[in-house]
Every structure is written in structure tokens, then in C-alpha cells.
Write a new protein. Structure first.
Length: 388
């Protein structure tokens, strides 16, 4: 395993790409909690802070493929710097607006929307770069696996860093840090980005959004199903822990899920798979659904933690394989936008499931809700790749 991943780290351009990408993407790990804490501190209302975060997330997700499409059309070196400067400037404005109470609530909503509009699509840009640098399919699979695991770890360490800052300084300091990380990392990524080879840069006649979504329906459905199933499971795990008298112990469930995901993601890249990528994605989606269904039969919190670790083994591999298949189906001139659609599908599934799960809990037993958390990835199995 170590030898295979060393090959990724030694790939031409990797030594410059990895630090730049990780630095910029760490900002997305810190910004959500920081903005939530800063807005709550400034407004004195969790409800208003929640709406600010909802606007920031919704606008960012909806326009994610559009920003990625601009990168495909004009190149990362031309598009990323303006996005980085604009996004950092809005975060600085949010820092100032939440430093002390008194800022009009409407202004916070406008600034949150502006931040969502300008947030650079760093994940899709990074994976598109790996598609250029790692021409060998095996090396690309390892690069994508390593990238997915690293991104998940950033979303674990980022909130911890934001929480630490909030305990020693004003909550808005975390928003300021997020601005600095986004600006520095995005500019660094733009500086080291390799353009799409001229022979591949011309758009294909079938490279429009409709054609892309049609070709990539299997990986997009798998991402949406995974996002929905995991979001439902995470919310239900909180309820499960609360009903067993230990609500704080839900952290162990989330830790087990993250550890399993990292293990599964690294294993995916280390093993030379003979099965086609479409078959692997089908098997992984089915494995995730099966593991989530087992949660309905967990009698205790330790048992639920074990199920979370088992489900985690399929999380990063499912997402990585969805990225790989989407990259394979997309034309070189639309790789960034294609990867962004995987992110958008995952986030859309997650948001929808979070809203629906809360409603289901008021009408159905917890065990039934846990069983239903497996239905989104199961439903995704019905959407296979359309044959040409």
C-alpha cells in the first residue's frame, strides 16, 4: 500500500499540487462552523444563524457546477484568482459584520449569498488536475482515493480548528482564518495548475449539461444516494444516542464512520481491481446500503458504532469510484464541471434526507427510520449507465 501511494506522491507536479489543494480546501472545513458560531454570537439567535448558513450552503451548492464550468471554459489560471479574491473579500466583510453585535440581519444574508456565489470549486479542480497528471488508470485511481480520504480528514480537522479558535478568541476569527486559507490555497492552486492539453481542449458536440447528466446518471445517482443515506444515518444516530441516555457518545459513532471511510478509501486505491468501474460502483453502493440497513438491528450504542465503522468502509470508495466513473464519461474539456455535479448530487441528497428524516421520526419508530436510511443508495442501483 505504501509503495502504491508513494507513486502518487512522486508523480510529476504532485509535490506542488497537493499542498496547494489541501491548504485551500481546509478553508471549507473551518468556514461552516466558524460562520455559524460568529453569526450566533453577533445576532444572539440560533435560528437566524441557521438561515445565514442555509443561504450560504444553498447558493454555493446550486452554483457549484456553473463555477466549475467557468474553470473548464477559461482555465484555472484565469478563473480561480478572481474567485479567490472575491470570496476572501466577502469573508472579510462577514468577519467585520460579525465581530460585534449590531449588523443588520439582512446584510448578513446578502453577504452569505455572495460568499456562496464566489466560493472556488477547489475539489473538482484538484481532481481534474489529477486526471491530467496521472494518465495511468491505476495511478489515477490511487490519486483519487488519496484525495478523497484527505478531503474527508480536512472536514474533520477543520471544525476542530474552528472550535479551538472560538474558545481562545472571538468566533469571527475563524471566518478570518477561512478567508486567509481560501485566498492563499486557491492562488497557489491556480499557480501550479496544468492546462488541459490543446488536443483535448475543444468541447465535444455532446458535452452540454443535458448530455453529461445523461451519461453520468449512475455515478450521480450513487453520490446522491450515499449523501442521503449518510445524512439520515447521522441524524438518527444522534437520536439513538439520546434515547440510550448518552447523547455525547454519538461522537464515537461519527469517529467510527470516518475511520472506516479512511480505511476503505485507502484500500480501494491500493488494490488492483479487475472488475470494471461500473461494476465496482454497483457493488460498493449495494454494500453501503446493506451496512446502513444493519443499523436498524443494533441493540446498543457500541453495536451502532460497529455498524458505522462497517458502513464507513464503503463511503470513501463509493465517492471515489463515482468521481472516477464521471471523469471517464466526461469529455476532457468538461472534467471540472462533471466532478462538481458529483459534489452537488451528494449535497442535494444530504440536504433532502436531513429534512425528510426529521419528519419521518415524528410518525415512525426509530428502527424503521434507520432501515429506511438504506433506501436512497438502494434506489441508486436502479440507475445504471445508459448503454450507447
Amino acid at each position: 500500500m505504501s509503495a502504491s501511494y508513494l507513486a502518487v506522491l512522486r508523480a510529476p507536479g504532485a509535490a506542488r499540487l497537493i499542498p496547494a489543494a489541501l491548504l485551500g480546501r481546509l478553508s471549507y472545513g473551518t468556514v461552516s462552523l466558524s460562520l455559524l458560531l460568529a453569526t450566533t454570537d453577533a445576532t444572539g439567535s440560533y435560528a437566524r444563524a441557521g438561515w445565514v448558513m442555509a443561504v450560504f450552503s444553498a447558493v454555493g451548492v446550486l452554483l457549484f457546477p456553473t463555477r466549475a464550468g467557468l474553470v473548464d471554459r477559461y482555465g484555472p489560471r484565469r478563473t480561480l484568482p478572481p474567485m479567490a479574491v472575491g470570496y476572501a473579500a466577502v469573508l472579510l466583510a462577514l468577519t467585520a459584520a460579525t465581530w460585534r453585535p449590531g449588523t443588520p440581519y439582512g446584510l448578513l444574508l446578502v453577504l452569505a449569498a455572495a460568499a456562496g456565489v464566489l466560493a472556488p470549486p477547489l475539489g473538482p479542480v484538484t481532481r481534474a488536475q489529477w486526471s491530467i497528471l496521472a494518465t495511468d488508470p491505476g495511478l489515477r485511481r490511487r490519486a483519487y482515493s488519496l484525495d478523497t480520504v484527505a478531503e474527508e480528514l480536512l472536514y474533520v480537522t477543520g471544525p476542530l480548528l474552528a472550535g479551538l479558535l472560538a474558545t481562545v478568541a472571538r468566533p469571527a476569527t475563524g471566518v478570518l482564518l477561512s478567508a486567509a486559507l481560501a485566498l492563499g490555497g486557491t492562488l497557489a492552486l491556480a499557480a501550479v495548475a496544468v492546462p488541459v492539453p490543446a488536443s483535448e481542449a475543444a468541447p465535444s458536440p455532446r458535452s452540454g449539461t443535458r448530455h453529461l447528466l445523461g451519461r453520468a446518471r449512475q455515478p450521480l445517482a450513487a453520490a446522491a444516494g450515499a449523501g442521503a443515506g449518510l445524512a439520515a444515518f447521522s441524524l438518527l444516530a444522534v437520536v439513538f444516542a439520546g434515547r440510550h441516555g448518552r447523547p455525547a457518545d454519538v461522537a464515537w459513532v461519527e469517529a467510527a464512520l470516518a475511520a472506516g471511510s479512511a480505511t476503505g478509501g485507502l484500500a480501494l486505491g491500493a488494490v488492483d481491481w479487475r472488475a470494471p468501474v461500473t461494476t465496482r460502483l454497483t457493488a460498493l453502493t449495494a454494500a453501503l446500503a446493506t451496512a446502513l440497513a444493519l443499523a436498524a438491528f443494533a441493540p446498543t450504542l457500541p453495536a451502532l458504532t460497529a455498524v458505522a465503522a462497517l458502513a464507513g468502509l464503503a463511503v470513501a470508495p463509493t465517492l471515489t469510484t463515482a468521481y472516477l466513473l464521471t471523469d471517464e464519461l466526461a469529455a476532457p474539456a468538461e472534467r471540472t464541471r462533471a466532478g462538481a455535479w458529483v459534489n452537488t448530487s451528494f449535497n442535494a441528497g444530504s440536504s433532502t434526507a436531513t429534512a425528510l428524516t426529521g419528519t419521518l421520526l415524528t410518525h415512525l419508530p426509530l428502527s424503521t427510520c434507520l432501515l429506511l436510511a438504506a433506501t436512497p443508495p438502494l434506489a441508486a442501483l436502479a440507475l445504471r449507465r445508459r448503454k450507447p
